[in-house]
Design a protein around this ligand. Structure first.
Ligand SMILES: [Zn+2]
Length: 287
């Protein structure tokens, strides 16, 4: 796969290359994480790849690539959505399904792009989509993008391959200092310290950023613990490293991701901070 147009995300690129060379590119993918713009970039890249007529796909030069890049290829369909919030209703999904069974016009494949599915693809439409995702027609690629795949039905997720983009936001000063407080609280013997720190997650946007920053701090600590260098904040990394083992680092990262999913599912921030406090304590202090 030709990545001349795509920056960063080396692990993801490796996965894509492996899938392509094993001829195992999936029929349905979910592009998650990163920013909406980055998700759009990868989705465009994959749609060009799917229709490109060169051997080094996507070449970016053939007619198929150029048209796909302009979102004007007759075999690449962007679902439009309806209503104020651009919801993909059941009727639209049924149209996509019918259309997907018809052979492509010019390219070897057809592509259907459904953007921001965690917000735009309601459960009734997800259910209408299930059977087709399970037994997709030949030569079709379904691309769904979303910020948080956990907001989609498990049955949808399990029928697609999820590609997660790296977060490219550098944490804001506020988010980073809240994250540091939580990291310090996590390894402090005082439960009150951790509780106070998790209570800083009292506003949605800040909480999401702080949890992202915390994941970076934990990864930093894990790197140090595995003998690499901590890049973001060596001091915090060292403090974490003194208390956490590799598996405890991994568990803490998983808990932090779960907390983000809870925020996306609109669980109250107060409940989340209480839950996080208890789970972090259990993780760090249990033998
Ligand atoms: Zn091409």
């Amino acid at each position: 796969m030709n990545f001349s147009r795509l920056e960063g995300n080396d692990n993801l690129k490796k996965t894509l290359m492996e899938l392509e060379s094993a001829n195992r590119m999936p029929h349905a993918v979910i592009i998650s994480g990163g920013s909406e713009e980055k998700r759009g970039e990868l989705s465009l890249h994959l749609s060009m790849w799917a229709v490109c007529s060169d051997s080094d796909k996507p070449c970016g030069k053939c007619k198929n690539c150029l048209n796909a890049h302009e979102k004007a290829h007759s075999d690449v369909y962007y679902a439009k959505g309806s209503g104020k919030t651009n919801i993909y209703n059941k009727e639209e999904i049924e149209r996509v399904i019918r259309d997907a069974s018809v052979k492509p016009n010019q390219a070897d494949r057809k592509v259907y792009v459904l953007e921001e599915c965690d917000k735009r693809l309601p459960v009734i439409s997800q259910n209408a989509f299930l059977k087709t995702l399970e037994e997709p027609p030949q030569d079709v690629l379904f691309i769904m993008t979303c910020e948080n795949p956990m907001a989609l039905l498990e049955t949808i997720r399990s029928r697609a391959v999820i590609f997660t983009l790296e977060s490219d936001r550098t944490p804001s000063g506020n988010a980073l200092s809240a994250a540091k407080e939580i990291a310090e609280g996590m390894v402090s013997s005082s439960e009150m310290r951790l509780m106070k720190a998790t209570y800083l997650l009292n506003e949605r946007a800040l909480a999401l950023d702080a949890l992202d920053a915390l994941i970076l701090l934990l990864r930093d600590g894990l790197a140090l613990c595995l003998g690499a260098e901590a890049e973001l904040d060596p001091e915090t990394a060292e403090r974490l490293c003194r208390k956490l083992t590799r598996s405890k680092f991994l568990k803490a990262i998983e808990l932090t991701r779960d907390a983000k999913s809870k925020i996306y599912s609109n669980v109250s921030l107060k409940l989340i901070s209480v839950w996080l406090c208890a789970e972090y304590r259990r993780n760090v202090w249990q033998k």
